[in-house]
Design a protein around this ligand. Structure first.
Ligand code: ZN
Length: 607
């Protein structure tokens, strides 16, 4: 099992054509190489995990290839290509500016720049996370960037282009990498699942792709996390359980109830969701995203904006057909207002309930409009109408069902929902639209995530092997503080799973650390020592900073207070490449045909 290798490393593309989702960009690079028009400095910008460093490595390999193909790809067979593939090429230098950002680091790099390559034509310097270089380091670098030797090519990669000095920007050819599309990620995950011999449901991969938010490395890392949890059978239900995601089935059901104005059912569904430990504002955020997805499903033009697995696409289209655009706009607005008011509302549940009721009543409004106000449904309205219509505005009190919930006084929620009606609204309906002074449109923050799936950090959720998921990124609790120490044994699979869980949950501003951890396969040594190999000393030093939290997290998750994480520098870590069980079997059969005969005769199968 120590031969395990993370998918993000194992399936890292080795040619331009294999890079997923950046077609136009890789084509441009290939054409530049074919035409021999190389710049001295490139800047690769884009979100994390979309292939910047990978493309930089392929670029370095290709321009040094001794027999490049007519298609602009490297031959993969010459001495230079082999050296690249085996990670021993002296023509590529990678510097991670996140951990090597001092003037001294840059000086070392500049010294290397002066030495011409021994094999091949170019020396390529890849500086990752270049925005992390200190100002002094930037200045030291600038001179080399202005007048580099003919054999030197710089590729700077960054997730934050706006932090790069204009003097650097003006000297680079800039390539903007885009977020990967969900369908692209899904199809890549499918290939990986097939190669690894995992069973999968397409919807499950769809959820992983959405959760990864356009980054392939994140997608593969979440994929590994789920695969270890689901033991190679990646089903939709396993994924939502492991990732703590609210099943989109709830949104479909809720929307159906809302369209029918079936308020009791809406209340019951809400209750069911809250009972599962999800927070109400996440539901509202997810519901708003669902309405948004329905809106884009209505029109063939906007349909490409719907980022879901092919298998659920028709479900969106079907439900969208039953929603009027007017309903969807108004519902989005209600959800948005609820999201804005959520933080200040004293009775948050009530606020959400009122929002849902108002959304349900939108359908009644439509009926009103269509029948000139004489729809029979209108007679139901007094149930939800003001108990006492007060002087100027149309003040509204919560509906009976909600009022029962709000046993306690709830001035905040009340205030949030009983605003004076603006002149433009339709007073006849007796329903305010919750209009606030905030500009309309969806606020893209907090609970209003782009995804209609939600990740939650529940303090105690059931998880792998019946163990409870710890609060993410919890700080280390001092040993012995709570009396007896725990010392439960755990498997390698469990260790890997929680390792990835930690890495995948790191916040966006710790992308560099997350990226490193995602690429590491920890091994278990004696006395619960968890050893992690990194490829250089500086990276190890960098990760030391995050070690206390990681250790605390693992101790908590695996119920073992004796776990200690050790980062070890290992040069060979980059080049190690090991097969999946399927590939290992194929190799064994190749080396010893008797194995193949045995497998055939006994009809053996890998499981
Ligand atoms: Zn070659």
């Amino acid at each position: 099992m120590s031969d395990y290798i993370v998918s993000a490393r194992k399936y890292r593309p080795a040619t331009f054509d294999a890079v997923v989702g950046q077609k136009s960009l890789t084509t441009t690079l290939k054409n530049a190489i074919k035409a021999g028009k190389l710049a001295h400095a490139y800047l690769f910008c884009g979100p994390r995990g979309v292939g910047k460093t990978t493309s930089a490595r392929i670029f370095a390999k290709t321009i040094n290839c001794m027999n490049p193909g007519a298609n602009g790809e490297a031959c993969d067979a010459c001495e230079s290509c082999r050296a690249f593939n085996e990670g021993r090429s002296l023509n590529v230098h990678e510097l991670d500016a996140a951990s090597n950002n001092s003037v001294d680091d840059i000086r070392q790099l500049i010294e290397q720049v002066q030495v011409p390559p021994q094999i091949g034509r170019y020396k390529v310097f890849i500086i990752d996370e270049v925005h992390m270089l200190s100002a002094a380091a930037f200045n030291a670098f600038l001179k080399t960037l202005e007048e580099p030797p003919a054999h030197a090519i710089f590729i700077l990669a960054t997730t934050e282009k706006h932090k790069i000095l204009p003097t650097i920007l003006s000297r680079c050819q800039i390539y903007d990498f885009s977020r990967m599309e969900v369908p692209d990620i899904i199809s890549h995950l499918k290939k990986v699942a097939e190669r690894e011999g995992y069973a999968y449901e397409e919807e499950a991969l769809g959820i992983i792709a959405q959760k990864a938010d356009g980054g392939m490395r994140d997608a593969l890392s979440i994929f590994d996390q789920v695969a270890s949890f689901a033991q190679g059978n990646i089903t939709y239900s396993k994924v939502i359980e492991n990732l703590n995601i609210l099943d989109y089935d709830y949104y479909f059901r809720l929307t159906d109830s809302l369209l029918k104005c079936d308020i009791p059912q809406v209340m019951l569904t809400l209750n069911e969701i809250l009972a599962h430990g999800f927070e109400a504002n996440h539901l509202i955020g997810g519901l708003a995203s669902h309405f948004r997805d329905l809106l884009v499903s209505r029109d063939a033009q906007t349909l490409p904006l719907l980022e879901v697995a092919e298998s659920v696409r028709h479900r969106y289209q079907e439900q969208a057909g039953r929603c009027s655009p007017k309903f969807l706009y108004a519902a989005l607005k209600l959800c948005n207002n609820c999201d804005i008011n959520y933080r200040t509302a004293r009775n948050k549940r009530l606020l959400v309930e009122i929002t849902l009721i108002e959304t349900a009543q939108l359908t009644q409004e439509n009926a009103d409009d269509a029948s000139g106000g004489r729809s029979p449904i209108r007679r139901l309205l007094p149930i939800f109408a003001p108990v006492s219509a007060q002087a100027a505005g149309t003040q509204r009190t919560p509906p009976a069902a909600a009022a029962r919930q709000a046993g306690e006084q709830n001035p905040a929620a009340q205030a949030a929902t009983s605003r004076p009606e603006p002149a433009s609204a339709t007073p006849a309906t007796g329903i305010t639209h919750g209009i606030t002074s905030t500009p309309s449109g969806i606020r893209r923050s907090g609970g209003m995530s782009r995804l209609n799936t939600i990740s939650l950090h529940r303090p105690e959720a059931p998880s792998a092997g019946g163990a409870s998921t710890p609060t993410p990124l919890q700080p280390t609790t001092p040993q012995g503080a709570q009396g007896a120490q725990e010392k439960q044994p755990f498997s390698m699979d469990e260790l890997r799973h929680y390792w990835l869980l930690f890495a995948n949950q790191l916040p966006a501003d710790q992308g560099a650390e997350a990226g490193r951890l995602q690429m590491i396969v920890p091994t278990l040594k004696e006395d619960f020592c968890v050893e992690a190999s990194v490829d250089n000393e500086r990276a190890a030093k960098h990760l030391e900073m995050i070690k206390p939290r990681l250790t605390g997290f693992l101790r908590n998750a695996l119920h073992n207070d004796f776990i200690n994480v050790v980062f070890k520098v290992d040069d060979s870590v980059v080049t190690r490449c090991v097969a999946s069980p399927r590939e290992a079997l194929a190799k064994m059969c190749e080396e010893n045909p008797a194995v193949a005969t045995l497998v055939q005769k006994l009809k053996l199968q890998l499981c």
